[in-house]
Design a binder for this molecule. Structure first.
Ligand SMILES: C[S@@+](CC[C@H](N)C(=O)[O-])C[C@H]1O[C@@H](n2cnc3c(N)ncnc32)[C@H](O)[C@@H]1O
Length: 430
């Protein structure tokens, strides 16, 4: 594999390429690195950078002068894949490193200052590549990261193929913890199984360590990981065991807005009783409050609940029962809050939901983080009719962004919205 590198500072590469696996790969001719400097293509008194159009500060790598260098590299390497290093590019990961390792010739174009004149990228780039969501002052560390991670994937570069196969991110899992001599130090012993000589047990232990680490630190990776049904069940059990969910949900029938913005009471919808209860049970919600100020409506809710609790079906098949058990019928939001306070000795944080987009709404990753970090219980309010009133929204601690498609039509039934929102916040992705 040939790597051509175009840079402002060629000298930066000297030391990193002199050590370790990359240096060995150069010596054994698995890879070859050609360093090109923009400076070599400049005439006297010319600079590679120039000021920006539009008035912003910061210099930009020029189109005309940099293209002299790229044209020359292309002439010497007609088959080359041109990669611009840029924080705006596709994120480098192990999978992409493997793909790139199949190329025979790659040109890494390293930027500086405010980056490249866009026309360079439009006309030359086969790929724009970023090594992470942060800004470096130049593309050279990124180019070295690409050379290192891609070279490791070339056959024969890393001594034992097995070490590459078992590495972190292969199969979208973090690698298991590793240990070496001494077996015991400062009262800390290497896990016994690893010195047992029983390879089946060792493999099982390492697999389990890898799965648990990934679950604890990078659950997002598990979505793409190849795990079997048994492993999936085990991981889900760990989540359920560790889940001391303090999340409550309330379906509000008063105070509610109508189409004109007037404050009204809505009537109970039979389907919302069962369906929302089932969603609550599925996503680990502790209690589902149905709030209604009208006695008859509360009675109606109770009678539906009692029907499902006492019904013949329920005696043979208790899935509905488990869900229905979560329901508590209250007069008002205040009563629901009071009930949670009695359980936790703490006022819950209120999260209101709405189908309209507004200022200062909290997004899903933010709310997930808040819920994880905060010690208090949370009560998520869902409105009926045309939604929760302004006052309820204003008094909430957070207003959650609406779910929906790209179209302006957004009239999900409340039970659909509940299911989608709970899945976004608490759904299992693996
Ligand atoms: C200071 S950065 C320019 C950043 C630019 N102002 C922006 O906000 O997108 C200068 C050069 O460093 C390199 N660079 C910086 N961060 C990078 C990253 N995360 N991945 C790859 N290259 C990066 C690129 O070559 C870039 O052109």
């Amino acid at each position: 594999m040939i790597f051509n590198v175009l840079t402002v500072f060629r000298e930066l590469y000297m030391s990193p390429l002199k050590y370790g696996i990359v240096s060995k790969a150069i010596k054994t001719k698995k890879i070859k690195i050609n360093l090109y400097s923009y400076g070599d293509f400049l005439k006297e008194k010319e600079r590679i950078d120039d000021s920006q159009y539009g008035g912003d500060s910061g210099m930009v790598i020029t189109y005309d002068k940099a293209s002299r260098a790229i044209d020359k590299i292309k002439k010497n390497n007609p088959e080359t894949t041109i990669v611009f290093l840029s924080p705006k590019g596709k994120l480098l990961n192990n999978k992409l490193a493997i793909e790139l390792s199949k190329k025979r010739n790659i040109t890494l174009v390293s930027g500086r200052y405010e980056g490249f004149d866009q026309r360079l990228i439009d006309n030359y780039a086969d790929l724009e590549l970023s090594i992470g969501d942060y800004i470096l002052s130049g593309g050279d560390i990124s180019a070295l990261a690409v050379i290192d991670s891609v070279s490791r994937m070339i056959d024969g570069v890393v001594g034992k193929r097995e070490s590459v196969i078992k590495e972190t991110f292969q199969n979208s899992l973090l690698k298991n913890s590793v240990y070496t001599r001494p077996i015991s130090f400062k009262k800390n012993r290497v896990p016994k199984v690893l010195s047992s000589g029983n390879h089946k047990k060792i493999n099982e232990f390492n697999r389990s360590s890898s799965l648990n680490l990934t679950l604890n630190r990078r659950e997002d990776l598990l979505e793409k990981a190849n795990i079997n049904i048994q492993e999936r069940d085990e991981l889900k059990k760990i989540k359920v065991k560790n889940n001391n969910s303090n999340i409550y949900l309330a379906l509000v029938h008063y105070p509610i807005q109508n189409k004109k913005g007037e404050i009204i009471k809505t009537s109970l919808t039979n389907l919302d009783i069962q369906d929302i209860a089932r969603s609550c049970k599925t996503y680990g919600i502790k209690k589902y409050y149905i709030t209604h100020p009208v006695k008859e409506q509360r009675k109606l809710a109770e009678s539906v609940i009692n029907y499902w609790e006492d019904s013949e079906i329920n005696r043979t098949e208790n899935t509905k029962h488990d869900a229905i058990k979560l329901i508590e019928v209250t007069k008002s939001i205040k009563d629901a809050i009071r009930s949670i306070r009695l359980i936790h000795n703490k006022k819950p944080k209120i999260v209101a939901t709405d189908a309209r987009i507004m200022h200062n709404m909290v997004n899903y990753p933010e709310l997930k983080e808040i819920i994880e970090l905060e010690d208090s219980p949370f009560l998520i309010l869902f409105g009926t009719g045309w939604g929760l009133t302004k006052e309820v929204l204003q008094n909430a601690d957070y207003i959650l962004k609406p779910v929906g498609g790209y179209d302006n039509y957004n009239h999900l039934s409340v039970r659909s919205a509940v299911a989608i929102i709970l899945d976004r916040l608490f759904g299992c992705k693996f």
